[in-house]
Write a protein that binds this ligand. Structure first.
Ligand code: ADP
Length: 379
């Protein structure tokens, strides 16, 4: 007969896609009862009764436990964590509150970062998002570059996002059908954001928890440049997101980009690849100029042992398209820069799953202690 330990071990590979950890580790397995006839009853405790991922748990628990030798039937029941238990769970996750369903249906989160500003990180974010959407994916963009927000402009969308009766914020739809959320929607036109640490942290947390993203294949985050607090906060709140680094070709820029990589490593995020932007310029007579040097993207990719997903040339129409709110991959998909970005988007698709990660095995190593980097959260 199967033992309770074996059932627990099987349940350890059922991952809560929203909290991105095993339900065993999260203390969400309320009870396991094993009958003599091989029937196993498992009760899973949810954070809210209307948890939209209930059916994923049901299916995942039944599959994992049902695969054990000696198990003839699996019955999955649900209850809800008490307020004290929820608080304990929030404490365990090291943050002020729990997201309640907002990211439950987001299959992949990709953070686009860079060592410094001006390398084209936002241009890549908006174009990659539009390229993924053009490929039939449901895509959202979250503008986390709070001080330098540019997604509304680059994806051609403005206005105030509506709020539902449940006080959830609905993202606006930008070019190519990409859902967009940005601090830019909440400030007066082109007003500077002067929020300090705690307010910034709270805003980012709200964007993650209170925005009704719905079902998404990809949520792309435009990170602030560098390795500041916001980047670290985000990485901690979204431990299973992937990190993509944008850099320019000059070898001297690699040290700066490598710092972003170092941060991703420290907070235990997987680096999915590198995009080299501003990679050569072809003049109208066909002459090629390496204005920002060459080879840096490949060097960084080799150093980090990750793929170089694309080399995007310097192109005036890429800038013009961004300024007019219609990414080049939408307005002129045949342009060389658009083609290079579309290729990078295909690289992202190849490196990310299409299914919600409920059936994934848990990460083999325990998460590192991130306590030292915890940021102050307003209560
Ligand atoms: P970051 O987000 O890294 O600060 P941006 O995406 O805002 O950088 O890009 C900075 C400027 O460079 C923008 O005006 C943008 O249109 C332009 N730009 C970015 N990449 C290219 C490129 N490959 N060719 C031409 N202009 C580019």
């Amino acid at each position: 007969m199967v033992s309770k330990d074996q059932v627990t071990e099987a349940l350890d590979s059922v991952i809560d896609p929203e909290l991105r950890r095993s339900i065993v580790e999260l203390g969400m397995v309320r009870s396991i009862d094993i009958a003599d006839d091989g029937a196993v009853d498992v009760t899973v405790s949810l954070t809210t009764p209307a948890c939209p991922i209930k059916s994923h748990f049901e299916q995942s628990v039944a599959t994992k436990v049902g695969a054990l030798e000696g198990v003839k039937q699996v019955n999955v029941a649900f209850d809800v964590l008490s307020d004290d238990e929820k608080q304990a769970l929030a404490g365990k996750l090291g943050r002020g509150g729990l997201p309640e369903g907002a990211l439950a249906q987001v299959k992949n989160i990709v953070c686009v970062g860079s060592g410094k500003g001006g390398v084209g990180k936002s241009t890549m974010t908006s174009n990659l998002a539009a390229a993924l959407a053009a490929d039939g994916n449901q895509v959202g963009v979250l503008d986390c570059d709070v001080y330098g927000y540019s997604m509304p402009r680059m994806l051609g969308v403005e206005g105030k996002p509506p709020v539902t009766e449940e006080r959830k914020i609905i993202p606006l739809e930008g070019s190519g059908g990409v859902k967009v959320m940005s601090v830019g929607f909440f400030v007066e036109k082109n007003e500077a954001v002067v929020w300090r640490g705690p307010m910034l942290h709270k805003a980012i947390q709200q964007f993650l928890e209170d925005v009704e993203w719905g079902e998404l294949d990809y949520l792309i985050l435009d990170m602030p440049p560098g390795t500041g607090d916001v980047s670290i906060t985000l990485a901690q709140l979204l431990p299973q997101s992937k990190f993509l680094i944008v850099t320019t070709p000059q070898p001297a820029a690699q040290e700066v980009a490598a710092r972003a990589a170092q941060m991703a490593h420290e907070v235990d995020l997987e680096i999915i690849g590198i995009i080299e932007n501003m990679s050569g310029y072809v003049d109208p007579s066909g002459g090629r100029h390496q204005i920002f040097g060459e080879g840096g993207g490949q060097q960084l990719a080799d150093k980090l042992d990750v793929p170089l997903l694309g080399k995007v040339p310097l192109e005036e129409d890429l800038r013009e398209a961004s300024d007019s709110g219609k990414p080049l991959v939408v307005s002129n998909p045949d342009a060389p820069a658009a083609q290079a970005i579309a290729q990078a988007a295909r690289g992202i698709i190849a490196h990310t799953p299409k299914e919600l990660p409920t059936m994934q095995a848990p990460a083999p190593a325990a998460a590192p202690d991130r306590g030292a980097k915890e940021l102050p959260v307003i209560q």
